[in-house]
Design a protein around this ligand. Structure first.
Ligand code: NDP
Ligand code: MG
Length: 369
């Protein structure tokens, strides 16, 4: 029996992870579930799934729930005699970087959905994980498919190009209004996800983050990375080889598949190949200018540029959620900010250690929006 903990269990990734756990209870001992502040939902999950304990990653206090099962984050993170076999990290946003840097010390395998940690932590995060003998396994569907390909076939040197695919989001075939309402923005056609990633999918910021994530995880040169649209989200990555063989990697758009595969358990999806559709096309960069910015950063900046993009985008999304900026301003402001000389200079800085990462995060947090 393998030990398992799910951090961010109250979110969309957490829900899929718990579904996989429920179907495979005999294979796992559930150690912990964790949320940020939503203790009510977390406690309900405790009653339903019966983990050993639960904890909050924030300092939020809920005086109504005083249960023995509720431990502190510090207790969970303290050094253990035996590392946890699998930790699934489904926390959202760049703040997750703090907890993920801790999780690599106490887990044998970290199944990571949080792209912000890979994008901002970069090589520093991956090297540290190696030092702690923790295998970092991406479960973002595109990266899961690429990872699966690279681990299954010895063909890395034969790769001409890898395309990560995008559904195109809710506005692929619609006009985008500058004042677009949240309901329309998060009405994703093929995936059910948390608010932040749904907004990012609508602007294509999510695909930009995924490009950065792929570059870091698979150590690919920029000219080997591309984006294609496949509106049904059955294809997650397309591998083009030098011999002109092209391999689209497909699965039903449901996070249960990458999570089950990475936990080494089967899933019982019935695949109807007749529903699989593979018409690919390019992104309209006039309509989605963030993609042009993303490729500029990919080509010209270091991890510092990835960090600054991540933080500024998240701050703008948070402002949009609080109705402090209009929908169109998220991309407009981001594109304009990346024209400033000082910001561009900072975006090319070498990131050598955790201190550099947090200094760059703090710099981006202070930029006037
Ligand atoms: P949700 O918003 O649905 O859930 C986020 C989870 O993280 C909740 O459990 C929440 O706790 C917790 N959380 C929020 N803020 C913090 C914080 N500052 N520190 C610690 N925990 C926090 O997000 P998703 O599940 O959609 O996404 C999670 C991550 O996975 C993101 O990085 C996203 O990009 C990535 N991802 C998601 C996919 C999906 O299908 N949803 C697909 C691929 C990647 P609480 O309930 O207390 O707020
Ligand atoms: Mg993805």
């Amino acid at each position: 029996m393998k030990t398992l903990a799910i951090i961010g269990s109250t979110g969309s990734i957490g829900k899929s992870a718990l579904e996989v756990y429920e179907k495979n209870k005999k294979s796992f001992k559930l150690i912990s579930l964790a949320a940020n502040t939503n203790l009510n939902k977390l406690y309900k999950q405790y009653l339903k799934f019966n983990p050993k304990n639960i904890f909050l990653t924030s300092n939020y206090k809920n005086k109504k729930i005083k249960k023995k099962c509720l431990i502190s984050k510090e207790t969970f993170l303290k050094k253990r005699k035996k590392k946890i076999d699998f930790i699934i990290s489904g926390v959202s946003g760049y703040d997750a970087i703090n907890i993920n840097f801790q999780l690599i010390k106490i887990s044998k395998k970290l199944l990571i959905a949080n792209k912000e940690t890979i994008v901002c932590g970069g090589e520093v995060f991956l090297n540290l994980a190696k030092k702690y003998k923790c295998e970092v396994i991406p479960i973002d569907s595109e990266h899961h498919c690429i990872d699966f390909f690279l681990k299954s076939f010895n063909l890395k040197k034969d790769i001409k190009k890898i395309y990560i695919t995008a559904s195109g989001g809710p506005f692929l075939k619609k006009k985008i209004n500058y004042n677009e309402s949240l309901n329309k923005v998060i009405n994703h056609p093929t995936w059910k996800m948390g608010k932040k990633i749904s907004i990012d999918s609508s602007t294509f910021a999510n695909k930009v983050l995924e490009l950065f994530e792929a570059k870091i995880l698979f150590k690919l040169p920029t000219n080997k990375l591309g984006i294609k649209i496949e509106s049904r989200s059955n294809t997650h990555a397309i591998i083009k080889l030098h011999n002109n063989i092209v391999l689209p990697i497909m699965h039903t758009p449901n996070m249960i598949i990458p999570i089950s595969n990475c936990l080494g358990v089967s899933n019982n999806f019935k695949i109807n190949l007749n529903n699989f559709y593979s018409k690919y096309h390019d992104v309209d960069i006039k309509k989605f200018p963030i993609v042009k910015l993303g490729f500029y950063i990919l080509k010209n900046c270091t991890t510092a540029g990835f960090i600054i993009f991540t933080v500024l985008n998240q701050r703008l999304v948070e402002k949009y959620l609080k109705k402090e900026v209009k929908y169109g301003e998220i991309v407009d402001k981001l594109v304009k900010l990346f024209k400033h000389n000082e910001l561009l200079k900072k975006s090319k800085k070498n990131i050598k250690n955790i201190k550099d990462i947090f200094e760059t995060i703090n710099y981006a947090k202070k930029i006037k929006l």
